[in-house]
Design a protein around this ligand. Sequence first.
Ligand SMILES: Cc1ncc(COP(=O)(O)O)c(C=O)c1O
Length: 389
Amino acid sequence: MQEAERLTKLPTYVFALLDKLKADERKKGKELIDLTIGSPNHLPPKEVVDTLKKAVDNPKNSRYSSFEGSPELRSAIIEWCKRRYNISIDKNEIVELLGSKEGLVHFSFAYLNEGDTLLVPQPAYPAHFRGPILAGAEPVVLPTVEHNGFLPDLDVIDKSIADKAKMLIVSYPTNPTGATAPKEFYEKAIRFAKKHDLILISDFAYAELYFEGKQPISCLSLHGAKDVCIEFHSMSKTFGMAGWRSGFAVGNAKLIESLRKIKTNLDYGPFGAVVAASTTALRIKDKYLEEMRAGYQKRRDIMVDGLNSLGWKVKKPMATFYIWIPVPSGFNAMSFVEHLLHKAGVVVSPGIGFGELGEGSVRLALVDTDDKIKEAISRMKKAGIKYNE
Ligand SMILES: Cc1ncc(COP(=O)(O)O)c(C=O)c1O
């Protein structure tokens, strides 16, 4: 049985390798502190869970959802986007998703042909390059580095490469680095997209996971963005609903329509009970979000202070629940992950999972309790793990 070429073209999925390493350690009876996958452990608001429970009892929700989407959810999305990000959209500029990953990957199938190219900053959330590869396209890597704030330098991209490409992806706050983008960067990206006739994809999954009151801005909220931009939003990180699979895309009506066209051939939209719960979530009081952010900020401080006590010189990221750190000398990303796992029972993600330019770093996801984060640091100290350049 010969797998389709699109599958063989994908780079190795290092997280599958990691799963095996974790399973082997657990078989030996080791209790691991798992900081690999960015699966938030804060609970959804109680009202949201109650809405879901009630909606499950409604027989209407056991039938297929409507292709037209839910007018209530659309209204809640319109209000939320205006209130939280000053984005103005109408109901034709929204498509509900089974999580933003689903939408991001399927968007590639709506716009990329075999052999097309697109511009993708790296290190990156894997779906940003794996989705286009599945669609037959070839990502052109835009390197990002810490001293440039992990922003790609759009000025150095060769004109012929920019003209040939079909899309540019931007995603701030960024997984895996925690970087945020200033307004000027987005303004430049919008100008660049228009000049080179590119679709501008903004992945805004971490829009609400920010610290010290510095709210990230939405690319789509800026002047002229809607001419070229589609922005992906996720309920997962904001409301602790990662397993529920709910998100939405907003933006240019033609781009939204094409994504919907692809999706009508693949799914029937989110489960009605999840739609009802998502509607409740988007109308929740800001207090829930403030408490959620305060919780992750506390963990960020514990982890960064702890790592710095072991020799790292990590700056506190202003958003996301990720800490991106260089590996000590003598290691590469994967060998340091294995070292940490075997010596301290702490599991983190190797940077190469986020593209080749992630080599030399690892990502720690703050998705366990404060006590477990403290324990991870003390286990590392006890195992003699420290940073040396
Ligand atoms: C940058 C980024 N975009 C999108 C997603 C996918 O989120 P969702 O759960 O909405 O599919 C993730 C998940 O980790 C992410 O890190």
